[in-house]
Design a protein around this ligand. Sequence first.
Ligand code: SAH
Length: 452
Amino acid sequence: MTRLPARRSLLAAVLDVSWQQRLLGHHVVPAARRRQCFSAGSKAEDSSQVTPMLKHLIFKIKSTGPITVAEYMREVLTNPVKGYYMHHDMLGERGDFVTSPEISQIFGELIGIWYVSEWMATGKPKTLQLVELGPGRGTLTDDILRVFNQLGSLLNKCDISIHLVEVSPKLSEIQALTLTGGKIQSELDVTSSVYMKGISKAGIPIFWYRELQDVPQGTSFYLAHEFFDALPIHKFQRTEQGWREVLIDIDPKAPDQLRFVLAPSATPATEYVIQSKEVRDHVEVCPDAGILIQRLACRIQEDGGAALIADYGHNGNKTDTFRSFRSHQLHDALIAPGTADLTADVDFSYLRTMTQGRVATLGPLKQQEFLKNMGIDVRLQVLLQNSSDTAMHKHLLQGYDMLMNPKKMGDRFHFFALLPHQRLAPSDQKMNLQHSKSLSAPVAGFGELSWK
Ligand code: SAH
């Protein structure tokens, strides 16, 4: 059985029309809204590499000694005053990196379908909280909301709300513009966990928070795209004396420069973070990701819903992936901190372990396979057929190639999902469960679909 007709039969049965036409319409988002991909950097080199962040870090190291890579990442990326994410827009052609939702509208549309499909499969709960972690420019949620809007007749009895977890004041401002056209209200009550609220163009309430813990409990569908890779990692090296943590210190030969050093003895992190069965000689561990995934797993176990995590990453086999990007080029992670992105591949096997069996996990599945299963080829054809503009055709085809080509994003990015156990239990174990009929549907995007 081919994947697409199988998928079509479920959705068409519900919607009674060609799903691509009905779900997504023919709307092509203007190319100008999307940035072109990975052009060479045009930014002028900084005249000085002694950035305010570097001065801050040197002061810190002089006061308290070498810092962990995790502390370095946390300071460089999210320090409230000088952090890289806090005060500028780093996404797109003129920035430092570009992400899938910024490349093609199709990406967000297919993710939107994934959420509707999961919402249906879990028995169409009366409320749907969509929670996005690290929403960047708000483009992904905007594309998802367009799908929700197209599906108004299906979702009209559902109370939808959007909850964005964003640490950056600058990016939350851009998200508000993208999603509400600027109709927002800053929360002046300092005791409130919501720091901003607004209404989407289609009238859906949107709330902004700094942390996941602030988002109200309830059936929620979580999304994290290129979010986990920005969380701080610890790095460890195996030595003859045992594991030693990699730290960052001032270079004694150049007092304005930083360098990596090994801790002279074991640190608390070496004791608690590295697994006893570890076989690699160098490992990166992200305890913040572990805590976050535990929180997501607990919420999904208690309240239902699902989480979709998409990022570059591996299944517990890679070693040294910590790196930096500036103007779409690799950059030395210790030079001019605060002016470039810092990132590390996501260890999906660690995420799976940290769910502690509270939820079922699917993936990691390569982006090209996930999007293929979601019907990207049909969606591309619909958009091509509905535009006669050659520039738009070129833009759509280039975007498709960037997302799907194994040498570009197709093989490097992976999809990983958390779902309540009962969502995947065999049908015979669900006989007594409410909504057992809808619960037996396979999960869109993961593996061959065979809707009955
Ligand atoms: N998801 C978007 C943006 C990815 S960039 C896209 O794919 O286009 C990473 C995003 O996570 C940014 O919005 C950044 O400000 C946010 N972010 C990074 N660290 C964060 C943290 N600790 N808490 C909340 N948001 C964070």
